[in-house]
Design a protein around this ligand. Sequence first.
Ligand SMILES: N[C@@H](CCC(=O)N[C@@H](CS)C(=O)NCC(=O)O)C(=O)O
Length: 221
Amino acid sequence: MIVLHHLNNSRSQRVLWLLEELGLDYEIIKHRRDPETNLAPPDLVQVHPLGKLPVIRDGALVLAESGAIIEYLLERYGGGRLVPPPGTPERVRYQYFMHYAEGSAMPVLLLKVVFDQIETAKVPFFIRPLTRGLAGRVKQVLVQPQLERHLDFMEAELGDSPWFAGEQMTAADLQMSFPVQAAAARAGLDGSRPRLMAWLDRIQSRPAYLRSIERGGPYQL
Ligand SMILES: N[C@@H](CCC(=O)N[C@@H](CS)C(=O)NCC(=O)O)C(=O)O
């Protein structure tokens, strides 16, 4: 049976969601973030050397990296579901967004989270103006303009069709769920970008998505 190592409030939610979309049998092993540092438990390195989740086990295979896990599950168990046929424009868009989510969108969102933390970090009062000033400046010059550009891009990409790869929902929408949810939770994505907000509503009301939340526990980014 497939075993999913799941971390609360994390990217493993989208693997859980895929398992539910495909109706597969699986076991879930839950790990919890440290409530103060938000880090994963250190003993996760016994599951995978990088100590990050999601990770799945399927027989002798142990696989990390959500995009790789999603593609593996679809190839092995998907029977053509959630992937556009090869050789179509939809397939190219599918591949693009499968990579864009972690390769381009997440790094910018992560920078935002890190510099927000630096800006509000508890540091000795005499260096506070320095840390705040530096973090504020990096956010203003580097992070915020990039963030706006990515959000505008994602909003525009939903201009011609309801899903990122076209008329049908695909696994690219699963992969995109984490950056878009993170942007809504922490980076100012709101009703001023109505297509992204409507897309979020669409994915979050799917029965398989709701089952994944029931199975994994509360999900709050
Ligand atoms: N690119 C990897 C990122 C994995 C990753 O950073 N996972 C986070 C959860 S969202 C994690 O395990 N964080 C815990 C930690 O860094 O201690 C993927 O998509 O699977």
